[in-house]
Design a protein around this ligand. Structure first.
Ligand code: FES
Ligand SMILES: [Fe+2]
Length: 363
């Protein structure tokens, strides 16, 4: 599998941005040991309800603070105190800021050097999202959040956990520029197509007749940073939102989640609404599975044999590369990549297609 350096991404091996690291409900049953960005982390929910993400290994003797299920302190449900967590080995206690705040058998102050790094996390749309930053900085922007998530006329999703796949995020993101796979892969050859690159956003607008739905499918899809895709989709009378998230686990290995939001007929939701939402998510997953299947079996495309009507792969790759460089250099990539791109053989979205995105990505 190809790695970041193979795609000339760098100097960082892993990108800057918001990434899904768990489904929120996974934290209800206690701390979680997770691995992303080539590192181990402890993820837990404090008693106040906030999610907390700390580097995994205790300063005392290197125990993974979230990986034990058999230590008595874990079995007795005593590991979380307030928003702090105790190491299962000798009970040292760390706060949500990563500071060591208690050693059960020591009266003096706790050594400052024992602190674990605490990573910015948010609970958004049923997902725990983490700000990963090789420079260790604060988030440059907030993670994306659909207002429909808090709208009772929409049925909330549960994530499809698609697991790890041996493919670099670069090739997942190539999909944004890939105008010509929509027919062969998804059965919906696009009639119009456009990409727009703006700061940390990469947007795709496309539409075409969908074989399976027997209707025109119109979509506006956007990545907020390199790890979180949202897509607003309209076919016939049906409006949905899709989520696809990819988080690096190791260099060249990605973990992937999927979900869809659907509209309800009644509030509170009827069983039929819930079944319908599940059907819509399953249908969207089936479409996405076609991409996933290609990614699972393809060789790496370090270079793309670009045809004029393929779509602007080069610009989307340039946009993606900004997240692997220092933030002070991001402008250098955007100087080249920012803008609106069309495919010569395809139409440009008309005003009706653009109406779909009013209110999305803060516009
Ligand atoms: S190893 Fe964590 S408290 Fe000793
Ligand atoms: Fe696709």
């Amino acid at each position: 599998m190809a790695k970041s350096a193979d795609y000339s991404l760098g100097p960082a091996v892993f990108p800057r941005g918001w990434f899904i690291v768990a489904e929120s409900s996974e934290l209800d049953s206690g701390p979680l040991a997770v691995r992303f960005f080539g590192q181990d982390f402890a993820l837990y929910r404090g008693e106040s309800g906030i999610p907390v993400m700390l580097d995994a290994y205790c300063a005392h003797m290197g125990t993974h603070i979230a990986a034990s299920t058999s230590a008595m302190i874990v079995q007795n449900g005593k590991q979380i105190e307030g928003d702090s967590i105790r190491c299962p080995y000798h009970g040292w206690r760390y706060g949500p800021d990563g500071q060591l705040n208690d050693i059960p058998y020591h009266d003096g102050p706790c050594p400052k050097s024992a602190a674990l790094k605490s990573w910015p996390v948010r609970d958004v749309m049923g997902c725990v999202m983490m700000w990963h930053d090789p420079e260790g900085g604060e988030p440059d922007y907030e993670p994306p959040c659909l207002q429909e998530w808090d709208d009772p006329t929409w049925v909330r999703w549960e994530l499809d956990h698609l697991g790890e796949i041996e493919i670099h995020g670069q090739e997942i993101l190539d999909n944004m520029a890939d105008a010509q796979h929509l027919g062969p892969t998804h059965g919906a050859p696009c009639e119009y197509f456009e990409n727009e690159i703006d700061g940390h956003l990469c947007i795709q607008r496309q539409g075409g007749f969908h074989q399976g739905y027997d209707a025109m499918l119109t979509t506006t899809t956007w990545y907020t940073g390199p790890g979180i895709l949202l897509s607003k989709q309209e076919f016939g009378e049906v409006l949905t939102f899709e989520l696809i998230a990819n988080t690096p686990v190791d260099d060249g290995v990605s973990k992937v989640w999927h979900a869809a939001l659907a509209q309800a007929q009644t509030v509170p939701h009827s069983e039929e609404d819930i079944a319908n939402a599940k059907d819509i998510q399953a249908g969207a997953l089936q479409a996405f599975a076609a991409d996933f299947d290609v990614w699972r079996h393809k060789r790496s495309a370090i270079r793309i044999m670009q045809m004029p009507n393929d779509g602007p792969f080069k610009m989307v790759r340039k946009w993606f590369a900004q997240f692997y460089d220092l933030r002070e250099n991001a402008g250098k990539y955007l100087d080249e990549a920012a803008g609106v791109y069309h495919v010569p053989s395809l139409e440009v979205p008309d005003a009706a297609a653009r109406e779909l995105e009013i209110g999305l990505f803060g516009r």
